[in-house]
Design a binder for this molecule. Structure first.
Ligand code: COA
Length: 124
């Protein structure tokens, strides 16, 4: 997971040991972790997607779609996430999964400074 994060500068770079405090899923290809998704449930009904990344050599093969579909299949009233404004690939991916852009948070990210787009998936 640390290697995938290092190869994914668009996403948050956490100490991966810290993910153990949250819910996380991995997608494996043989012995290798091809991608991961970290989330947390808030107040029992809502969910926040904290991080999602796929190793560059495994991208565009449906791995992120599978990881996120498994999360969305759980009974959350809504799922929220933040994504860097410049991260057009991730924004396109989340839109393809039914997320809508709900607001912009200026100055949300550092290194480099950038606005966040807040996206929401509303379960029916
Ligand atoms: C965003 C990311 C997780 C997508 O992972 P992935 O496994 O390649 O995505 P999938 O193969 O499941 O793609 C599902 C759909 O998302 C969209 N999508 C994915 N990558 C895309 C790209 N490069 N350009 C346009 N649309 C894209 C497409 O609609 C795609 O469906 P299709 O392949 O049938 O056209 C991956 O690019 C990544 O790890 N990026 C770096 C980390 C990051 O930005 N994480 C998000 C942090 S908020």
């Amino acid at each position: 997971m640390a290697d995938i994060q290092a190869a994914s500068p668009e996403t948050a770079s956490w100490d991966v040991a810290g993910y153990l405090a949250y819910d996380f899923r991995v997608s494996q290809c043989g012995p290798r972790v091809a991608g991961f998704l970290v989330s947390r449930t808030i107040g029992g009904e809502e969910c926040e997607l904290l991080n999602l990344a796929v190793a560059p050599e495994f991208r565009r093969q449906g791995i992120a779609r599978g990881l996120l579909a498994a999360l969305l299949a759980e009974a959350h009233r809504a799922v929220f996430l933040e994504v860097r404004e410049s991260n057009k690939v991730a924004r396109a991916f989340y839109k393809s999964m039914g997320f809508q852009e709900v607001t912009t948070r200026k100055g949300y990210y550092q290194s480099p400074p950038e606005a966040a787009i807040v996206m929401k998936f509303h379960s029916c």
